[in-house]
Ligand binder design. Structure first.
Ligand code: NAI
Length: 349
């Protein structure tokens, strides 16, 4: 059903409050979740509220952490999250990175011991809205084979970047490093459809088109995506001293325990390089040039990353957001969760 952005946000906020989050955390989480739904990233919106609620209710997200920032050098810092809400920790880390970059030109801030932080492009846009370049990356639970392997090792380890421009264009690139999100495999399975052969592999590491045989996802562009996943794990895992590789906690392993995840933000002030105004002007030129490239057959136009999401957001703000009925029913119900996620084997689902 179609629902207005504000109503959806309020419903999610109320559910997260009833699960045990404090007001400020529920506000941040619902803001970022509705951002994802409005941009068309439904895999990271309202569909996740029941999972978060179950984890909060069972104690796997610390609702009263002492989130602390330590500046470790002129341009570097670490946030200790005490396994509090990932959204709040990632937002706090970006606020600190923005302050440091404004002061010293660049900033690298690591966040450790946190829970899932949703669509990470959101945090890069916080930097962009201050005239800075924002980059973010984070770990996620192991579900992708390393190139040539048969067992999962890395997560879908996303990377995002956003840069300011003269006319406020919404450039923001944000992607998982797997060919497809796990949610898309589940969707095909529920519809009894096959999947393209380049999405996933079976138990022996062979490409499969049968969603029931999937044992792991595959990196984008073979060894190149594998390398990007590794880069994310090095910078947001090993560098920060949290579990890495196959040691990263699973989303559903034990919902009473903190996930101990890591995330890294990098913020760059263009003023310290080419100059802020020149950079913004050139960004707008570059985005316009991309839009002017003649489309290939079958395409209506060349978009820059983030452009279509922004158009979807504008439409959502006017016309409402399409959310499955059962999700709205759950959000409106008195039920905090249905005990559906704890101990679930996502591949056997
Ligand atoms: P996607 O495949 O929908 O989009 C990837 C990128 O390609 C986006 O920047 C989009 O703007 C761009 N794009 C798509 N179509 C385009 C076109 N026609 N022209 C130009 N650019 C285009 O994103 P994906 O990989 O499915 O990720 C979805 C979300 O999931 C992201 O927000 C990501 O941060 C989040 N995620 C979060 C994880 C976590 O653990 N926190 C793990 C994995 C993903």
């Amino acid at each position: 059903m179609k629902i207005s952005r504000d109503e959806l946000k309020d419903l999610m906020k109320n559910k997260l409050l009833s699960a045990g989050l404090k007001e400020s955390d529920a506000e941040i989480a619902s803001q970022i979740l509705v951002y994802s739904d409005s941009r068309g990233w439904h895999s990271h919106g309202a569909v996740r509220v029941e999972y978060y609620s179950e984890r909060i209710f069972k104690g796997g997200i610390n609702t009263n952490p002492n989130i602390e920032f330590t500046q470790t050098g002129p341009c570097s810092g670490m946030v200790e999250g005490e396994n509090g809400l990932g959204f709040t920790i990632a937002k706090f880390g970006m606020e600190k990175a923005i302050d440091l970059a404004k002061e010293n030109g660049v900033a690298i801030v690591g966040m450790k011991h946190m829970s899932h932080s949703g669509s990470i492009g959101y945090y890069t846009e916080m930097a962009r809205d201050q005239g800075l370049i924002g980059i973010s990356m984070c770990q996620s639970d192991p579900m992708a084979v390393p190139y040539g392997g048969s067992q999962p090792y890395y997560g879908t380890n996303p990377i995002a970047i956003s840069a300011p421009s003269k006319y406020g264009e919404s450039m923001m690139f944000d992607m998982a490093t797997t060919v497809q999100a796990w949610g898309k495999v589940l969707d095909k399975k529920s519809k009894g459809q096959s999947i393209p052969s380049d999405w996933a592999v079976d138990e022996e590491g062979r490409p499969t088109t049968d969603p029931h045989q999937v044992n792991a996802l595959v990196p984008i562009a073979g060894p190149k995506g594998y390398g990007l996943m590794m880069m994310v794990d090095i910078l947001s895992g090993l560098l920060l001293g949290v579990p890495f590789g196959a040691g990263v906690s699973s989303m559903y392993q034990d919902l009473s325990k903190g996930r101990d995840l890591g995330q890294l933000h990098i913020v760059i002030d263009p003023e310290r390089f080419v100059g802020a105004e020149k950079f913004k002007e050139d960004m707008s030129t570059s985005l316009r040039e991309l839009n002017e490239i003649a489309p290939a057959p079958g395409f209506d136009q060349v978009y820059y990353p983030g452009q279509r999401g922004k158009l979807r957001e504008e439409k959502s703000n006017k016309e409402g957001i399409e959310i499955p009925d059962e999700i709205i029913e759950y959000l409106k119900s008195d039920k905090i969760h249905f005990d559906r996620y704890d101990g679930k084997n996502r591949f056997a689902e």
